[in-house]
Structure formats: C-alpha cells, structure tokens
Design a protein around this ligand. Structure first.
Ligand SMILES: NC(=O)c1ccc[n+]([C@@H]2O[C@H](COP(=O)([O-])OP(=O)(O)OC[C@H]3O[C@@H](n4cnc5c(N)ncnc54)[C@H](OP(=O)(O)O)[C@@H]3O)[C@@H](O)[C@H]2O)c1
Length: 392
C-alpha cells in the first residue's frame, strides 16, 4: 500500500490523482492533502479521504475548514496553513509518495522538502523544476530519491527511455498540440480574447497551463524541465507540433530508432504510471487504434510563438534566466486573465524581464525564491508601464 501526499489536491492533477486512488483502493491511500483557496473542495476531500493532515493557503481558510470538520466530528484531522503547512503535508512521516501538483513556484519549497525527506516524487509542478531543477535533481541524486514525471510528455520520455541506455539517446522530441491558435494568422493575434485562449483543443487543465499552452510557453517550460530531468542540453530537446496529442513524445536513439509513447489524452494514465512505477498496472484507459489513422506533425512557428524562442534562450543560460522566464510568465498570464494586457503582451513582458536578468546561478532554494521575487517585481513594474501591451 502506497500512502500518498497530494500537493494541489483541489486542482486538475490533484483531482485526477484522487480518482486513481479511488480506482485502486488496494494499492493506494491518501495520507495528506494540501490546497490553496478552495476550502469547499478541500472540505469534501477531507470527508471522503480522511487525511492525517490538510493544509490551506491562509490561516483564515484553515480556521474555517477546522470549524467545519469539528462540526462533522473530524477533529482528528490536523489543519495547517501557508507554505509551512504545505511542507508539513509533504514531509508527513506516514507518506511514502508525494504528488507535486501545486501550480507555479508556490510548489517549490514543499517539493524540495519532500526530496530532502526521502519521499518518492510524482512531479507535475514543472515550474519547480524550471526554477530550481539543478538543486532539486542534485538533492534527489544524493538521497537516491526518484523524481517521476507526471507531465505527459516527460512521462512519455521516461517510458521510452526504459528501452535503452542513457548514452544511447541522441535527442528527444516533445510533442505540442499547438494550442488553439496553431493556424491563426499572425495579424489576428492582437485580437485574441481570454475566452479563446482558455479553449484548449485537446486537454482540460488549470487556467495558467491552458494559457501557457496557447502561447507555447508551456512547451518552453517543458524544454527546461526535460533538460533537468533527463540531463540533456537544450539542443537535444526538440519540439514538434502534433495537433492530435496522440503521440505524447518520442526518444530518438543513436542508431536512428525513434520510440514513441501513445495513449489516450487523459492525465490519469501518467499519474497511474508514476504512482505504480516500476510496475505497470492494468487500467481501463484503452486507446482506440482508429486514432492513428490521421496523425500530423509540423515544426513550431517561432514568429507567431516567440515564447518558445525565449524559453530556448533561457534554457541555454539557465539559473536566473529560467527563474525569470517562469516568474515573468506567471505575472503576465495573471494580467492577461484580468484583461489588463493583450495576448502578445505575455511574450512582450517576458522578453523585457529577461533583458534585465543577470547571469546568476543560485545555490539554494532561498536564493531561487529571492530571484523569483525580483523577476516578479520587474514584471509588475513593466506592466505598470502603459507601453507594455503595445510593445508586445
Ligand atoms: N492539468 C494538467 O493536465 C497538467 C498536465 C501536466 C502538468 N501540469 C502541471 O501540474 C501543476 C498543476 O496544474 P493544474 O492544471 O492541476 O492546476 P490547477 O487546476 O490550477 O490546480 C492548482 C492547484 O494548486 C493549488 N495552489 C495554488 N496556489 C497554492 C498555494 N499558494 N499553496 C497551496 N496550494 C496552491 C490550487 O489550490 P486551490 O485551487 O485550492 O486554490 C490547486 O489545488 C502545474 O504545474 C501544471 O503545469 C498540469
């Protein structure tokens, strides 16, 4: 029986993880849960899963949840809050496996604490890997902790890499759906609305990753995540646009063989793979072979999707540049969702933040968080400047 801590339990990945736990009660149990502000869903999850400990973003929300649980006679569930609370959830001694699925850099400290505590990690929180990948992977190597990717592309690469030796890999190919604007002419990018950008053609996900998929910055974050997870240079992490999202990624070996992982577009499958690794467990997630009849691949268009170019540049420089790429995007996406900047203001803001970023390589998580704060402040300053949107 694996006992699981879920960081981001109320989100899309968190809820899919709970659905896997529900389907395999003989294999998995919930040990602890961490959420942000969605107290109603956290409450329902406590009733259903009875975790040892649960965390919410603020003291006020935690106090609300504690009272509701008391009324149900569930005072034995410890309710904590804030980043310390999330760390307590991640490091609970009874938990063997931590699903890291908080969105953004907010998930970093707890993921790092879980690695230090020797937990096996199912990693969905790509931003943690982008901001602090070198530190996280070094700590994981030192403690012999497995970092198992949940992101579907990296999960696919992980699966395909089991077929060969690391030194036999020439490069990997991450597939990208291309998002909702894959075929939109560049002149029309200025008129893209929030509603259009939130309509992803193949995946249902949280709001930030959906917008990041529309700008292709999500693929950019995944390039950096892949470099860190699989110890590859950016030049060995290629992107191919594949609108059907059927092939989740490919590994190209030195002899010219390409191995691809193909499955339904359902995040429960990579979650199940990570939770069960190194075993494979039978599931109902069957693939319809008809879907192979019409597969299409094309190179990404860096002119319409400058975020991809910015991400490659940040991947080459690493350190503060990768941190700034993610931080600036988080601020810019929030501004776009509030309709304060146009769609192309997102790459515009990121580019300007990267221009002001120095080549620093942080050695500790605290230094990462300081650089993250600085990049956010720069992004906000740039956004306050009314020229930002027009420049994008
Ligand atoms: N969704 C996908 O299919 C998918 C695929 C691959 C990778 N990922 C990655 O997985 C991560 C989660 O994505 P998602 O789509 O599940 O996002 P989501 O639906 O927006 O969920 C985000 C989760 O993080 C929690 N959270 C946010 N800020 C927090 C904070 N300060 N403290 C504690 N919890 C906090 C949210 O809590 P509340 O809702 O309670 O506020 C929620 O549980 C992201 O890094 C994303 O890139 C997602």
């Amino acid at each position: 029986m694996k006992r699981i801590a879920i960081l981001g339990s109320t989100g899309s990945i968190g809820q899919s993880t709970l659905s896997i736990v529900e389907s395999y009660p003989e294999r998995f149990a919930v040990a602890s849960l961490a959420a942000g502000r969605n107290v109603d869903t956290a409450y329902q999850q406590c009733l259903r899963w009875h975790p040892r400990i649960v965390s919410l973003a603020t003291e006020e929300l935690a106090s609300d949840l504690r009272q509701r649980l008391r009324r149900e006679g569930l005072s034995d569930i410890e309710v904590v809050w804030g980043s310390e609370g999330t760390v307590s959830v991640a490091t609970l001694p009874e938990a063997d496996f931590v699903v890291s699925a908080i969105v953004g850099v907010a998930g970093l400290e707890a993921t790092y604490a879980a690695v230090l505590a020797g937990k096996t990690i199912g990693l969905a929180n790509k931003e943690a890997m982008v901001a602090a990948g070198e530190i996280l992977t070094a700590a994981a190597r030192e403690r012999n902790v497995a970092l198992l990717p949940i992101d579907s592309e990296h999960n696919a690469v992980h699966q395909c890499m089991r077929a060969g030796e690391r030194g036999e890999v020439r490069q990997i190919w991450l597939t990208a759906s291309g998002g909702p604007f894959r075929t939109l002419p560049i002149e029309e990018f200025a008129n893209i609305t929030v509603e259009q950008a939130l309509r992803h053609p193949t995946w249902v996900m949280g709001r930030r990753i959906t917008i990041d998929s529309a700008t292709l910055l999500n693929k950019g974050l995944e390039i950096i995540e892949a470099c860190r997870l699989f110890d590859l240079p950016p030049s060995a992490v290629r992107v191919t646009v594949h609108p059907q999202s059927t092939v989740h990624s490919l590994v190209e070996y030195v002899d010219g063989s390409l191995l691809a992982q193909i499955s339904v577009t359902d995040m429960r499958l990579p979650i199940l793979y990570a939770l069960s690794y190194p075993e494979r467990v039978a599931s109902e997630l069957r693939f319809d072979m008809q879907a192979l009849a019409d597969l299409h691949f094309e190179p990404p268009d860096l002119e319409r999707f400058p975020c991809l170019r910015l991400a490659y540049e940040a991947a080459e420089k690493g350190g503060a540049h990768a941190i700034a790429l993610n931080a600036a995007d988080e601020v810019a996406v929030a501004a776009f969702l509030e309709r304060a900047i146009p769609f192309m203001g997102i790459p515009g803001t990121i580019e300007r933040v990267l221009e002001t970023t120095s080549e620093t390589h942080p050695a500790t998580i605290q230094e990462v968080l300081t650089l993250d704060c600085q990049a956010r402040a720069t992004a906000r300053r740039i956004l306050a400047d009314s020229n930002t949107g027009r420049r994008g």
